[in-house]
Design a protein around this ligand. Sequence first.
Ligand code: NAD
Ligand code: UFG
Length: 335
Amino acid sequence: MILVTGGCGYIGSHCVISLLNQNKKVAVIDNFVNSDKSVLKKINLISKKNILFYEGDLRQKSFLSDVFNKHNFETVFHFAGLKSLSESYKNPLEYFSANINSTINLLQTMQKYKVYNLIFSSSATVYGKDHPLPWTENIKLKFPESPYAQSKVFIENLLLKYYQSDMNFKVGILRYFNPIGCHSSGLIGDRIDGSTNLIPSIMLYLLGKKPYLPIYGNDYKTKDGSGIRDYIHVDDLVNGHIGALKYIIEKKGVHIWNLGSGKGYSVFQIVSKFEEHYKKRIFKKVMPRREGDLSEYWADISKAGKELNWSPSLDIDKMILDSLNHLKKLKEANL
Ligand code: NAD
Ligand code: UFG
C-alpha cells in the first residue's frame, strides 16, 4: 500500500488518481488546510475506486503512528505542506512548522515502521537566484530568501543526512517548476480561493471575483518586462513521480530531478493565451514586484529525461484549455 500525504491537494489528488489507475492501493492523509472533503468524492468519481482516508495533521505524531500501525506501507509520496512563497514571508513560523516539523515526524514514523521509499515534493525555489539558465540539478544552491524555499532546502538536506545514517532509505527529490492545468475531467484542480498563484488569480478574475488581474512587475529585464516561469502540466508532473519511484527502488540512494517543461513563458504570454482560448480581454493592472519573486527561470530537464525516460507531452495550450475546463465545472457547480 502507498501513503500519499496531502493527497487531497492539487498535485496529490492527481497523483492518487494515477496510482489508482495503476491498481495500487492508496491511503491518504490530509488536514484540509488547503483542500476539502469534496476532493475525496471526486477522486472516487474519476477513478471508480476507493481510497483509505485519514484526516489529521502530520505534526501529530501519535496520529501518524496510528495510521502506520494499521497498514504495511511500502512507499510514501509526501506532498503535504504549505506552498506560497509570498505568504511564507508573512507567516514564516507556520511555514517552517508545516513543512519541516511535518517531515521530521513523517521520517521518524517511517523509520519506526521500516518504510523506506519516499518521493518528496521539492521546488525550483531551492536554487536561489543568479544562476545561468536553464537550471540544472548540479547547480550549487544559493541559500534562498523566502521562508518557503528555505524550508525546502532544509528538508532536502534532512533527507540526505537521514540517508547517510541509514542506507536502506531511498529518496526521490523532485524539484517542481510551475505545475498548472488539471485532470481532463475538469473535476479537480488547483484551489483558487485564497491562492496567490497566477492561474488561480486569472481564474478568479474570469469568475468575476476580482475587478482586475494584478501583474506583479512589468519592469523585469525580460522580453516583455513580466516574470518568466517554466509551466508544466500536472499530469506530466505526476508521471515523473511514477518514474522516480521505479528508479529509486532499482538504484537506491538519494536522487534529485527537475520536473518542468524546459520552456519559459512570461506572465503576459500566459494571460494572452487565456484571452485567446477564453475569447475575452483580461483587464490587467500593473502592481509593484512581489516580495521574493525572481525575474526568470526555467529547467534543464535532461536528467529526468535520461534517467527516468520521462518527458512532458502536454503543451502550454493544453495546460490552459484544461484549466478553462476546470473553470467551466466550477461555474456549473456555482463555486
Ligand atoms: P496543495 O496546497 O494543493 O496541497 C497540499 C495538501 O497538503 C493540501 O490538501 C493540504 O490540506 C495538505 N496539508 C498541508 N499541511 C498539512 C499537514 N501539516 N498535515 C496534513 N496535511 C497537510 O499544494 P500542491 O500544489 O498540491 O503542492 C504539493 C507539494 O508540492 C507541496 O509540498 C508544495 O510545496 C510542492 N510544490 C508545489 C508547487 C506548486 O506550484 N503547486 C511547486 C513546487 C512545489
Ligand atoms: N503573478 C502575477 N499575478 C498574480 C499571480 C502571480 O503577476 O496574480 C506572477 C508572479 O509575480 C510570477 C508568476 O506570475 O512572476 C508566477 O507566480 P506564481 O505565484 O504562480 O508562482 P511562483 O513562481 O511564485 O511559485 C510557484 C509555487 C511555489 C513553487 C514555485 C516553483 O507557488 O510553491 O512555483 O517555481 F515553489
